[in-house]
Design a protein around this ligand. Structure first.
Ligand SMILES: Nc1ncnc2c1ncn2[C@@H]1O[C@H](COP(=O)(O)OP(=O)(O)OP(=O)(O)O)[C@@H](O)[C@H]1O
Ligand SMILES: [Mg+2]
Length: 378
C-alpha cells in the first residue's frame, strides 16, 4: 500500500492513534464518534478518545476503504478491510448503525501466541497441549470451534506451527490472518468481485479446488462459513489427513452439526443422511475455544469425533475439558484447570506404535473431579 494512503489513514485515525499503538489493546470498538471502548486482557473498558464528529469518523473509514480499492457509502454501507499494519476492521454505516458509524478493529498482534504462552495463561494444560501436539504429529483432522473472538484463529495458528517439517500446507482464507510458522506453507486469499475492473469473485470453494491440484499434504480453511464446508469435509475424507478449519459453534457436538448445516447450504445432491456420515467420518478431533465472563480465553474441550450412531446422532467424546473450581475474590478471575475425562481416544494405538511419550494414565480423571461429579449427582 502506498505511503500516501498509510499517512492519510493514520492522520484520519489520529483520535484513536494511541489505542492502535498500545500493544495491550486487542480490540477497539467505535459506536459512533463519541463512544469508544477497548478490550484489554479480555475485558472491555470505555475510553475517553473521541472523533470530532460523524463526518470525521466516516472520512477515516472512506480512506481505509479506498486504500483496499473498495467503497463505503450509502450503496455499500458495510466494509470488511485491513489496516496497513494488518489489523482487521469491520464497519457499518448509519442508518443501519443506530449509534452512528460503528466500527470494530481487531488489532494485529506482532507477538504470535505459542502453545507455551497458552499454557502459561492457563488456556490449556501442559498435558492438553502435548496431546494437541500429538494430534498434529499423527495428522488428525481437527476442527477448531468457538464463538466470536474466542481464540479460534489463534489456536489454528498455534496448531499449524506444530505440523511436521516434511509436509506441505496450503492455507485458504477470506482475509489472510493466519501466520503459520512452518517450512512449507502456501497462502491463498479470496477476492471479491470488482465489476468496475471486470474482475470476477474468487471464492474459498474455487481455491480449495486449486489447492487440491497443488499437491497439498494438508489444507487449512481459515474460517468455514458457507458451502465450502463440503469441500473441507471431502478434503478430510480423501486422504489429506491433518486438515483443519474453524467454525462458529458453542460446543463440540454443535460444531459437527454446524459443519453439516454449512455442507447442506450448497447445491448438493448428496442426501442429508450421507452428509452427516461424511462429517462424522471426516472429523477426528474438535478443539473448542471459549471466552469466559472473567475475560479469560480457554480451550474448554478437546474431544474426539467417532462418527454417527444408528439414530443419526454424532458420537463425540471429551478427552480433556476445562473445569472451573472457584473464583478469585480479589481479581474475579475464574480458578480451574483442564483435566482428562477418563476417556482413551480410539487412536491410542497410534500413540504407542509411534512411541510417543504419552501414557494411558494421562487420560485418567483426577480423584477430585470424580468426587466433585459424585457430589453434583447426589
Ligand atoms: N488463549 C488466549 N489467551 C489470551 N488471549 C487470546 C487467546 N487466544 C486468543 N487470544 C486473543 O483474543 C483475540 C481474539 O482471538 P482470535 O482472533 O483468535 O479469535 P477468533 O475466535 O478467531 O475470532 P473471530 O470469531 O472474530 O474470527 C485476539 O486478540 C487474540 O490475541
Ligand atoms: Mg478468527
Amino acid at each position: 500500500m502506498s505511503s500516501v494512503f498509510t499517512d492519510a489513514i493514520s492522520s484520519l485515525l489520529a483520535p484513536i492513534g494511541d489505542l492502535l499503538e498500545d500493544e495491550g489493546v486487542s480490540e477497539v470498538m467505535i459506536n459512533g464518534p463519541h463512544e469508544i471502548f477497548v478490550e484489554k486482557k479480555g475485558l472491555v473498558f470505555k475510553v475517553e478518545n473521541q472523533f470530532a464528529d460523524e463526518g470525521a469518523l466516516v472520512s477515516a473509514m472512506r480512506a481505509i476503504a479506498q486504500s483496499v480499492h473498495r467503497t463505503i457509502d450509502e450503496d455499500n454501507p458495510r466494509l470488511d478491510a485491513r489496516l496497513p499494519d494488518g489489523s482487521r476492521i469491520h464497519v457499518v454505516l448509519p442508518p443501519m448503525a443506530k449509534n452512528g458509524t460503528t466500527v470494530a478493529i481487531r488489532k494485529f498482534s506482532k507477538e504470535k501466541l505459542t502453545l507455551k504462552d497458552m499454557i502459561s495463561f492457563g488456556s490449556v494444560s501442559e498435558m492438553g497441549a502435548r496431546f494437541l501436539d500429538i494430534c498434529m504429529f499423527l495428522g488428525k483432522n481437527i476442527l477448531v470451534s468457538g464463538g466470536t473472538g474466542s481464540g479460534k484463529t489463534t489456536m489454528l495458528n498455534v496448531l499449524g506451527g506444530r505440523m511436521p517439517k516434511t509436509q506441505r500446507l496450503i492455507i485458504i482464507e477470506d482475509a489472510a490472518e493466519l501466520q503459520v510458522t512452518a517450512d512449507h506453507v502456501v497462502n491463498f486469499e479470496t477476492r471479491k468481485a470488482d465489476p468496475l475492473k471486470g474482475l470476477d469473485e474468487v471464492t474459498i470453494r474455487d481455491l480449495v479446488i486449486s489447492a487440491m491440484r497443488l499437491r497439498p499434504d494438508r489444507i487449512i480453511v481459515g474460517e468455514v462459513r458457507g458451502e465450502e464446508a463440503l469441500d473441507l469435509v471431502q478434503v478430510m475424507n480423501t486422504g489429506h489427513d491433518g486438515s483443519m478449519g474453524t467454525v462458529h459453534a458453542n460446543n463440540p457436538v454443535d460444531a459437527c452439526t454446524r459443519l453439516e448445516t454449512l455442507c447442506l447450504m450448497g447445491e448438493t445432491r448428496i442426501p442429508p443422511d450421507a452428509i452427516r456420515k461424511m462429517v462424522g467420518s471426516a472429523l477426528q478431533v474438535i478443539v473448542q475455544c471459549n471466552r469466559y465472563h472473567d475475560g479469560g480465553r480457554r480451550t474448554s474441550h478437546i474431544s474426539e469425533v467417532l462418527g454417527v450412531d444408528a439414530d443419526g446422532n454424532y458420537i463425540v467424546k471429551d478427552i480433556f475439558k476445562w473445569v472451573q473450581t472457584g473464583r478469585d475474590p480479589e481479581t474475579g478471575k475464574y480458578i480451574g484447570e483442564m483435566v482428562p475425562c477418563n476417556y482413551v481416544p480410539t487412536f491410542f494405538e497410534d500413540i504407542i506404535v509411534n512411541k510417543l511419550p504419552f501414557p494411558k494414565s494421562n487420560f485418567i480423571a483426577p480423584d477430585w473431579l470424580r468426587d466433585m461429579n459424585k457430589k453434583k449427582a447426589a
